[in-house]
Design a protein around this ligand. Structure first.
Ligand SMILES: Nc1ncnc2c1ncn2[C@@H]1O[C@H](COP(=O)(O)OP(=O)(O)OP(=O)(O)O)[C@@H](O)[C@H]1O
Length: 473
């Protein structure tokens, strides 16, 4: 038999072995050490002479070499704690003429310095990996519970009760409500109160993802599905949310073509990645939300009727703030507490005038607007009491006129729009109203134009044109 080593002088063998493996040990069937190299002995704090012919368990802590020599089962890249460090070991049975005669073990890293270098590198990578793992897990967890939803008004309590009652089952939920009423909070709370609470909660904002990316975001794609596709493909959010809940925010903004694909997933309970052939089964509870009038959109052919019925199994309408004004003081206090935490402040209060003024406004931006108003007030506040002077102009300008409050409440119109004292040309009045509404929306959204356009329910282009027309920067 040609061993292939005959040409190599015998005294070279050991150096070759040492160069091939940093630390090496060979045992016989009984686990007695037949060979161990100097590097390994140095690391163990012993010498070759002392180690040879001794049971391997007496020389190497936590060894499994004697077990491999019996079972014949190799172990690759096993973590092996030695001297307080975790080494990486490979263990192979030695088989000669079909019989196990012993075992060979190697431990990576030539010297402690090399190990330390690797360890630092690996530790950094492991820490980074851990950071992203926790972040992903956190992002996939729902954050709010029903007890975080503030409000004691009968309408709000009834809504909350309904949501609590239906959270346990698996039916689709459709959350309807104006912008900033708390639809996302409700979605979180429903998931948290369900059997799926420990499983992923994935949020997709259908309005903020460009139409051409929405399909790959929802369903994923296979390797090479299109130019620019990530190597190895990508999981879609439906797969990420498997066994949990997916929250489809702004569902009314989902393009019609995508609506058909979503409907298919809801019916078949399976997805197909872009460029893929096979169907992948998914079990996901759907919670959808919109501030749009979906029924009207169905009539206008902008939203698929069949999808609407599928989503509308349980419909929860979240009341706007102006329809539960009695909740304003309580919500304001809750929001103040939250903001105090964010801004490291304590003991901030609202003056009674401010409370009255807050109750008077019609809050087109709902709780989000209220939160922005309070955040701005805290920012300009020196002492502890928020007074009228700390409110934005559009709220300061409101008159504490009860008749006006009653009127505006009845009609659900912003109370800043006061009837003109003198009759003016309709065109001028409309332009003023339009300009005021834009300024108010910008105020509510802290100058965010996209959000402001959304609040006003007009397109971005039209919004920019109007801003230009009225000289609003
Ligand atoms: N009942 C509530 N109690 C306390 N805070 C609330 C409540 N409802 C909403 N909020 C707060 O108001 C803000 C807006 O809520 P959320 O994002 O859930 O509204 P939304 O209806 O989903 O808005 P949009 O339609 O614009 O996405 C959040 O900061 C949220 O914490």
């Amino acid at each position: 038999m040609n061993l292939g080593m005959e040409g190599i002088p015998y005294n070279w063998h050991e150096q070759i072995i040492n160069l091939l493996a940093e630390r090496i040990v060979v045992v016989d069937r009984d686990g007695i050490i037949l060979y161990i190299n100097e590097a390994y002995c140095e690391f163990l704090g012993t010498t070759v002479e002392e180690a040879i012919n001794r049971p391997v368990q007496d020389v190497i802590e936590n060894t499994r070499m004697h077990i491999i020599a019996k079972t014949g089962q190799k172990e690759l890249a096993a973590v092996h704690p030695i001297n307080g460090s975790e080494m990486v070991a490979n263990r192979f049975p030695l088989v000669v003429n079909g019989e196990i005669v012993g075992a060979l073990g190697t431990v990576m890293f030539r010297n402690p310095e090399e190990w330390r270098m690797y360890k630092t590198k690996i530790q950094n990578l492991a820490e980074e990996l851990n950071y992203y793992k926790t972040k992903v897990e956190k992002d996939l967890k729902s954050k709010y519970h029903f007890n975080g939803l503030i409000g004691n008004s009968p309408t709000f309590l009834a809504t909350k009760k309904l949501a609590e009652r239906i959270s346990a089952n698996n039916s689709s939920v459709l959350l309807i409500g104006e912008s900033g009423t708390g639809k996302e909070l409700f979605a979180h709370a429903i998931h948290n109160n369900s059997m799926r609470s420990s499983l992923p909660f994935v949020t997709i904002n259908c309005a903020s993802i460009p139409e051409h990316l929405l399909e790959s975001e929802l369903f994923g794609y296979e390797d090479g599905a299109f130019t620019g596709a990530k190597k190895g493909g990508k999981k879609g959010q439906f797969q990420v949310a498997n066994n949990g809940t997916i929250f489809l925010d702004e569902i009314g903004d989902m393009p019609l073509a995508m609506q058909s694909k979503l409907l298919r997933v809801l019916q078949e309970k399976e997805i197909q990645r872009i460029g893929g052939q096979k169907s992948i089964a998914v079990d996901v509870r759907i919670i959808a939300a919109t501030h749009r009038d979906l029924e009207k959109m169905v009539e206008e052919g902008k939203f698929r009727q069949d999808l609407y019925y599928r989503l509308n199994v349980i419909k929860i309408e979240i009341p706007p703030l102006r329809k539960r004004k009695e909740d304003i003081p309580l919500i304001s206090l809750g929001l103040l507490k939250k903001l105090e935490g964010i801004f490291y402040r304590k003991g901030i209060e609202l003056s009674s005038d401010v409370i009255k003024r807050l109750m008077q406004h019609t809050w087109p931006g709902n709780i989000r607007e209220l939160e922005n108003v309070l955040e701005r007030a805290i920012n300009v506040l020196d002492g502890k009491i928020i007074d009228l002077a700390h409110l934005p102009l559009y709220l300061r300008d409101l008159e504490l006129d009860n008749t006006c409050v009653k009127e505006t409440n009845k009609e659900n119109k912003p109370s800043t729009i006061k009837p003109p004292l003198q009759v003016q040309p309709l065109k001028e009045t409309l332009a003023k109203v339009e300009k005021d509404s834009i300024l108010q929306a910008l105020d509510v959204t802290n100058g965010n134009k996209q959000e402001a356009a959304k609040l006003l329910e007009i397109g971005k282009t039209s919004f920019y044109e109007k801003c230009k027309l009225y000289g609003i920067n």
